[in-house]
Design a protein. Structure first.
Lengths: 92, 225
């Protein structure tokens, strides 16, 4: 029975990644500093760097559309500040 | 006048504001964030500090705590709300104040006394100050760079919702007198009904000549007025 339970757990787990970055017109001072440092280190082809956040989220759900909807809700309600940040959800 | 100070794990200016309020004759109570009801209050203060270690974004986790629902209800029924520093960040995360506070432009934690100008002296929080009065108040923050969209910025200006702006000793408001990159040098704002004030500078640190100055006193005496 325990085996069956574990199997169910495995099947019900859907994993998503969420990437949060500052919107285009919001100044990203951390990204700028990282960029300047890389240029100083000789990485001359560097055009632009934006620093962001990355979340890996496991959802106990077997329907991908429902799970993705839940992750989207998490983003809107807590993970992302929509005034200044954009986000992308990917299934992993 | 009755006041309540909300305390989160990581709040560190809660005692300072309590001392300032009591010195100014407020009857103050401390309220732990897990409470689900507020004592009867004329003023609710959300103090400075690093609630939840600034995890996720400054103020984001505190903004979803149990007591915040009660603060929002109280705010909507006209109770006076003062958010200082992290308290300002929490108020923007709850949506009670629009806009947000970004990382300081120079990426440094800034702790020093700065000059701010009283932009609107016609509110419950500022009626004891003179218009354009220049105050010297301490700031201590890493995310104080106020940012908002153009529509809201227009509304702030049009409806006189800007409370304080960073300036120099002579009152000049420009890039040189802007410590953190804040849009239009904004140091504090009101909501539309002007019963909520969010500000990055710490008036509670400026109520005694022995340790600083008394430039913060009039904010509290305005509330009592």
């Amino acid at each position: 029975m325990e085996k069956q339970f574990r199997l169910n757990l495995k099947r019900n787990k859907l994993k998503f990644s969420v990437t949060v970055t500052l919107k285009k017109d919001v100044l990203d001072p951390q990204g700028k500093v990282v960029q300047n440092t890389l240029v100083n280190m000789g990485m001359n082809n560097l055009k632009n760097i934006r620093q962001g956040k990355h979340f890996e989220i496991e959802v106990d759900e077997n329907n991908e559309t429902v799970a993705q909807k839940k992750v989207n809700e998490m983003c809107k309600k807590l993970l992302v500040n929509l005034i200044i940040e954009d986000y992308k959800i990917n299934k992993i | 006048m009755k006041s309540s100070v909300i305390v989160f794990p990581g709040s560190n200016c809660d005692r300072d504001i309590a001392v300032a309020l009591e010195k100014m004759q407020f009857k103050n109570k401390m309220v732990w964030h897990k409470e689900t009801s507020l004592p009867k209050s004329d003023l609710i203060v959300i103090p400075g500090g690093f609630s939840y270690g600034d995890y996720l974004r400054s103020g984001a986790i505190a903004g979803k705590s149990l007591i915040i629902d009660e603060v929002v209800k109280a705010a909507n029924s006209g109770c006076l709300i003062l958010g200082i520093c992290n308290g300002f960040q929490i108020l923007t995360e709850t949506g009670l104040l629009k806009g947000t506070l970004l990382r300081n432009k120079n990426l440094k934690f800034i702790n020093r006394d700065v000059n701010i100008k009283v932009v609107n002296n016609n509110t419950k929080f500022s009626n004891k100050y003179k218009k354009d009065e220049i105050l010297k108040i301490n700031i201590a923050h890493n995310e104080g760079n106020y940012f908002t969209d153009t529509n809201h910025l227009e509304e702030l200006n049009k409806e006189d919702l800007i409370a304080f702006k960073y300036c120099d000793e002579a009152g000049n408001i420009n890039e040189n007198s802007n410590p953190n990159g804040s849009i239009e040098n904004i140091a504090g704002i009101y909501n539309q009904k002007k019963n909520i004030l969010g500000m990055m500078p710490h008036p509670e640190r400026m109520v005694d000549e022995i340790i600083s100055n008394k430039d913060g006193v009039n904010l509290f005496s305005s509330l009592l007025n």
